[in-house]
Design a protein around this ligand. Structure first.
Ligand SMILES: NC(=O)c1ccc[n+]([C@@H]2O[C@H](COP(=O)([O-])OP(=O)(O)OC[C@H]3O[C@@H](n4cnc5c(N)ncnc54)[C@H](OP(=O)(O)O)[C@@H]3O)[C@@H](O)[C@H]2O)c1
Length: 290
């Protein structure tokens, strides 16, 4: 399928904005760039971008405006730049923020006569344009469908719905799962190192296969959460918390159990509440009581 070449502006040339603009250039789009501090556009200009001195010029040159700056709170002044005519534009804001901020921004942008999409980039700059990256979008379905071809230059595009808060909510849910995994890695690495073992070999030969096997069980756990039915499939919580074996071995090795302790506390609370014969996924009921 031939991609239609479009005029697009990128506001913000930090490491992510620069990567996004580069991907748009690589896809053959007509790219205009603006950055608060001059001097960051040279590389992109050498590749065919046009650099402008004001937000108003960038907005005038583009049907789609990508906003990628550090803080959500600093977007408002960009929208209010003198002479910036937002009417009829599509604003794709990939600045990280909260669902509430995204909903407020959508109202503000649509009041200016533009369509709004909020984006959550699930990648680091080096992965933009590659096969592993994906970007979550929420907000105007019409804008997403009209410009999906352009957005696909960044990464695989995933549209979540009209509520602009959905992209940041899902973005943060994914990051929380990532930090859970990183936390688990940190504790495992500390334990192995405390016993003199090489962490690299442990990670490649044991940890990765183990985590991959455990990740295979997540869809079944998710089905338990959706059904609200946590009947055990073989590893009941009461059995899992009968001993604090991880805490005991950590203390014996001089390793702090502080990362695992809150997880153990939740499991024990669930057992104390009478759910000892259920599976781990039931702790979701403690995190999100309803
Ligand atoms: N980098 C990542 O791995 C990654 C991954 C996913 C999402 N993101 C998100 O992408 C956004 C940009 O990240 P980044 O990595 O590009 O950050 P960065 O390299 O620190 O660049 C920050 C950018 O924001 C601009 N900026 C800061 N304050 C501004 C203001 N008051 N007015 C106008 N522009 C302002 C900076 O302009 P100056 O050059 O003038 O300072 C610069 O262009 C963030 O919301 C971040 O959470 C980043």
């Amino acid at each position: 399928m031939t991609t239609v070449k479009k005029s697009v502006a990128v506001l913000g040339l930090g490491s992510m904005g620069t990567a996004l603009a580069g991907a748009l250039l690589a896809a053959g789009h007509q790219v205009t760039v603006w950055n608060r501090t001059p001097g960051k556009a040279e590389g992109l200009v050498a590749r065919g971008a046009r650099s402008v001195d004001s937000v108003a010029e960038a907005v005038a040159a583009a049907e789609v405006v990508i906003v990628c700056i550090l803080d959500y709170g600093d977007i408002g002044p960009l929208l209010e730049q003198p002479g910036a005519a937002w009417q009829g534009r599509v604003v794709v804001n990939v600045t990280n923020g909260s669902p509430e901020e995204a909903r407020a921004m959508a109202q503000r942008v649509t009041a200016l006569g533009a369509a709004y999409l909020d984006g959550g980039i699930m990648a680091v700059p080096a992965l933009i344009g590659g096969p592993q990256a994906f970007v979550l979008y929420s907000g105007s379905r019409e804008a997403f469908e009209a410009h999906r071809d352009l957005l696909d230059a960044f990464a695989r595009s995933v549209y979540l719905g009209e509520d602009p808060g959905l992209a940041p909510l899902n973005d943060l849910a994914l990051l929380s799962a990532m930090y859970g995994m990183f936390g688990g890695f940190a504790h495992a690495a500390a334990l192995v190192r405390s016993a003199g073992g090489p962490v690299a070999e442990f990670t490649t030969t044991l940890l990765l296969p183990w985590l991959q096997a455990m990740a295979g069980g997540l869809p079944a756990m998710a089905a338990q959460v959706d059904a609200g039915d946590y009947a055990t499939t073989g590893s009941p919580l009461a059995m899992q918390v009968a001993h604090d074996a991880i805490g005991d071995v950590s203390r014996a090795q001089g390793v702090s159990p502080e990362l695992f302790a809150p997880v153990l506390a939740l499991m024990r609370r669930r057992v104390a509440d009478g759910h000892g014969s259920e599976d781990f996924a039931g702790v979701v009921e403690l995190l999100d009581p309803r």
